[in-house]
Design a protein around this ligand. Structure first.
Ligand code: PGA
Length: 254
């Protein structure tokens, strides 16, 4: 973490719970993180749960996000959800290119790029997820892989657009496995990614860009991760489903 950048800690609730559960969790998260002045906090429930969570979070500094969006603006796209719909129900953030979307819905980098553009067009902050699979890491291809993902996803953006993107480095082998990247592994990739962004969009955009780490973030490893100069927050899955553990992650500095 670097004092120049305001950290973001975001909870990705994935396909868990129902409306009552989500409202209760959001209420508890808002309560337990109310004193957190050192970072932005966001929660990302599944689509149908968003209005219930929005009602609870009204007036709270906890931001609301979605887990995906359509690359299309509007029209006959059964089952899809547009950026404007998300914005109209109170979302400010949206996850794009999560590895579970890439894996289970075969989302490729070009689709991710179109979604990023659509999110920015609607005034949403995209959280662009990149990360290597275990086999790619073992083959020494981690940096090459994440560089390709970032280059394609951010292609065509101008500096103003790029500066609104939040990056999330999420090694696929660390997601939901309890196997967190070491702080050194995370820092190596984060520093590298900042360099990639510098090459594409210049020094200012790169220095301002928040790069989150995701993959088995827990209350007991967040401090070491946040101590890395290029780690600017976390994207939290499993540990965000419990208000106590998520708020301990948010309040890591206490
Ligand atoms: P995890 O998920 O914290 O359960 O590993 C992280 C993510 O998918 O963003």
């Amino acid at each position: 973490m670097n004092p120049k950048r305001r950290p973001l800690i975001a909870g990705n609730w994935k396909m868990h719970g129902d409306a009552a559960w989500a409202a209760a969790l959001a209420r508890e998260v808002a309560h337990r993180t109310a004193r957190a002045r050192h970072c932005d906090v966001a929660v990302m429930p599944a689509f149908p749960l968003i209005p219930a969570v929005a009602r609870v979070l009204e007036g709270s500094p906890v931001a609301l996000g979605a887990q995906d969006l359509s690359p299309e603006e509007e029209g006959a796209f059964t089952g899809d959800v547009s950026a404007r719909m998300l914005q109209s129900v109170g979302c400010t953030h949206v996850v794009v290119g999560h590895s579970e979307r890439r894996e289970h819905h075969l989302e490729g980098d070009d689709l991710v790029r179109r979604k990023i553009a659509r999110a920015l067009g609607a005034g949403l902050i995209p959280i662009l997820c990149v990360g290597e699979r275990l086999a790619e890491r073992e083959a020494g291809r981690t940096l090459e892989r994440v560089e390709t993902q970032v280059r394609i996803a951010m292609q065509g953006l101008d500096e103003a657009g790029a500066s609104r993107v939040v990056l999330a480095y999420e090694p696929v082998w660390a997601i939901g496995t309890g196997r967190t990247a070491t702080p050194a592994q995370a820092e190596e990739v984060h520093e590298f990614l900042r360099g990639v962004v510098r090459g594409l969009f210049g020094y200012e955009v790169a220095e301002g860009m928040r790069i989150l780490y995701g993959g088995s973030v827990k209350p007991d490893n967040i401090r070491d991760l946040m101590a890395c100069p290029d780690v600017d927050g976390a994207l939290v899955g499993g540990a965000s489903l419990d208000a106590e553990s998520f708020s301990r992650i948010v309040n890591f500095a206490e």
